[in-house]
Design a protein around this ligand. Sequence first.
Ligand code: CA
Length: 227
Amino acid sequence: MPFSLKGKNAVLFDMDGVLYDSMPNHSVAWVQAMEHFGMQMTTHDVYLNEGATGHDTVSRISMRERGRAASAGEEHEIYSYKAGLFRSMPAARVMPGAREAIRKVSALGLQLLVVTGSGQKNLIEGVQRDFRGYIVRERMVTSFDVERGKPFPDPYLKGLEIAGVDASQAVVVENAPLGIRSAVAAGIDTVAVNTGPLEDSILMAEGPVLLLHSMTELSEWLDSCRL
Ligand code: CA
C-alpha cells in the first residue's frame, strides 16, 4: 500500500527548506560567520547540520575545527553574528508549492503546525504573515520552546502535545537529515522533501516513509490523498 494520509489528524511542517527557500541564505550566513571566528564550515556542513539549533551547530563545528566545545558565551556570540548576517540578506521567498500544500492540508480537515529548530525571529514572524489564516504562533514549536532541539525528538513531541494527537495520527514534512531523525525518533511517519543539494540516500538513511523532491510535488501528492 502506498503511503497516504488515511487515519491522520495533523501535519507538522518544518520551516527552512520546506515552507521557505531560505537555506541558500542560511548557508552563506553560516559559512561567513564561522570564517569570521576563524573556523571553516562548508555549504555541505550547513546542509548536514540543518535542523539543529544554532547553538548546537556552533558547538559541533567548534569541536571539529578547534578540538574543544564552544563556551556558552561563544555559542551566543557566534550564533548572534550568524543571525545578524542572515537578517541583512534579502528575505527568503516562500517555497514554490508550499502555499498550495498548506491550503490542501487545511482543506483535508487536518491540523497544521510548524516545528522548526530556528530562532530567527524575522522568519518565525514571517510564517504568521505569509501563511495567514492557516498558521498561528501558538501552533509553532521553535528553538525558544524546547530545551533540546532536533535531532532529539523533543520538538516534534511538543508539536504532538499541542495538536493533542498520538504520533500515529501525525505526519511530518521535513527536508533535512537531522529533522527526519527527530521526527522518526518521535515515532511519526515522515515525508522527506529533498529541496537541497544532499544525496537522496542521506535522507533515506533516516527512515522517511516517502521521498519527494519539491513542495510542488508534495502538493500534487496531497491531491491523491483526499480522505
Ligand atoms: Ca529544514
